[in-house]
Design a protein around this ligand. Structure first.
Ligand code: NAI
Ligand code: MG
Length: 356
């Protein structure tokens, strides 16, 4: 029996709704597999914790998480707390503190889900976006001077290090190499950003030499939005900076049908620390408490977690069950269905247990 200790941080908005759905599905998988066990400890951190204690998580938060096998995260953000406080108070300190430098975002059109692209069918859009997750535009460098005065200045400095760029390129080339098409697109903006982005391109070319079997090309980020929309079949693995990939992966989620199905994994490839798995979406205030949040993104990211833990079979079973339930039309309203979060979850659980 393999036992995995999972730290669940449901946090805000629809986070608790989709994470509890995901835990039900994980426990069903454990029951089906028979040789794995999940012990889940839930941490009640987030915006309510902030309102009570003035911080999003306790000061020793990272120390409390350090020994878990993985972190299963919901979403942060509350209407009455500034977004930079919630993000920099909880999610980013975990990503950065645990050096989860590879953010991996698979996207494909699941059966039964309609892409807003007229011609797109399942199979035509099957991507993995690799986002640099530790530096770049979100490294937090900058400041404000002359605050509140007419001459106020704000700077937001993007930091690109040779170490940081090399390791994410290496990760992306390896991932591309492991996929059947062995195809990588490096996203850049080196025409307008002539320092960090030019170094990014140079390092991509250097790392590429170690992967002669991977075909790769380079795209400017603005042109990339056009290619994703008009020629989705021409892409497979994609690597981009923290900001560029943040934006492109929201587009990817929308093109695959809904933000509610898009998962993400914040990985420490060296496995020094636990990696963190979460849906891409945020707190979704407009549907919080209505019981209609799409739990598919949180199921898919649970499958990424299982893969990371080496439980490939359980991951495959989980995704097959999700696809079967979607194909049967048991879906939430964001993807055109009428089912509730609970109904989708129960259908996935039943499918998994039915395969026992
Ligand atoms: P959002 O992702 O929360 O919502 C955007 C739209 O997508 C909304 O109409 C929402 O109803 C819909 N949506 C999202 N997830 C869904 C799901 N599972 N099922 C059905 N529909 C879904 O993004 P928004 O509105 O920009 O941000 C709301 C809050 O979330 C803000 O405070 C923001 O800072 C935070 N946020 C947090 C993230 C995180 O924790 N990783 C990521 C993005 C936003
Ligand atoms: Mg985003």
């Amino acid at each position: 029996m393999k036992k995995y200790a999972i730290a669940a941080i449901p946090a805000d908005g629809i986070g608790p709704e989709v994470i509890s759905a995901g835990i039900d599905v994980l426990q069903a998988l454990a029951q089906r597999q028979g040789n794995i066990e999940f012990s889940v400890q839930t941490f009640e951190w987030g915006s309510d914790y902030y309102k009570a204690h003035g911080v999003m998580m306790p000061e020793d938060g990272l120390a409390q998480l350090k020994d878990f096998d993985a972190i299963y995260f919901g979403a942060v953000g509350a209407p009455d707390v500034p977004d930079h406080t919630t993000l920099w108070g909880l999610r980013l300190p975990i990503c950065q503190g645990f050096d989860q430098y590879a953010n991996v975002r698979p996207t494909r059109i699941l059966p039964g889900i309609q892409s807003p692209l007229r011609k797109a069918v399942p199979g035509m859009l099957d991507w993995v976006i690799v986002r640099e997750n530790s530096e770049g535009e979100y490294s937090g460098h900058g400041g404000r001077a002359h605050k509140g005065l007419p001459e106020e200045v704000g700077t937001e400095v993007a930091i690109f290090t040779r170490t940081g760029v090399t390791r994410i390129m290496r990760y992306a080339f390896q991932l591309a190499q492991s996929r059947p098409r062995k195809l990588l697109t490096v996203v850049t903006k080196s025409n307008a950003q002539r320092h960090g982005m030019v170094m990014w391109d140079e390092i991509a070319a250097e790392v590429a030499q170690d992967f002669p079997d991977v075909s790769w090309d380079k795209m400017l980020v603005d042109a990339m939005t056009v290619r994703m929309t008009l020629h989705p079949e021409s892409l497979d693995t994609i690597v981009a900076t923290n900001l560029h990939a943040d934006i492109l992966s929201d587009l990817a989620g929308a093109l695959a049908g809904s933000l509610g199905v898009a998962p993400t994994a914040n990985i420490d490839p060296e496995r020094r620390f636990p990696s963190m798995f979460e849906p891409i979406h945020g707190s979704a205030f407009d549907i919080t408490g209505k019981g209609i949040a799409n739990p598919v993104a949180s199921f898919w990211t649970a499958a990424q977690m299982l893969e990371h833990l080496g439980e490939q079979e359980a991951a495959t079973v989980l995704m097959a069950a999700v696809e079967q339930v979607c194909a049967a039309g048991i879906m939430t309203p964001d993807v055109g269905g009428k089912a509730t979060t609970r109904e989708v979850t129960q259908a996935v659980v039943k499918t998994i247990l039915g395969w026992q």
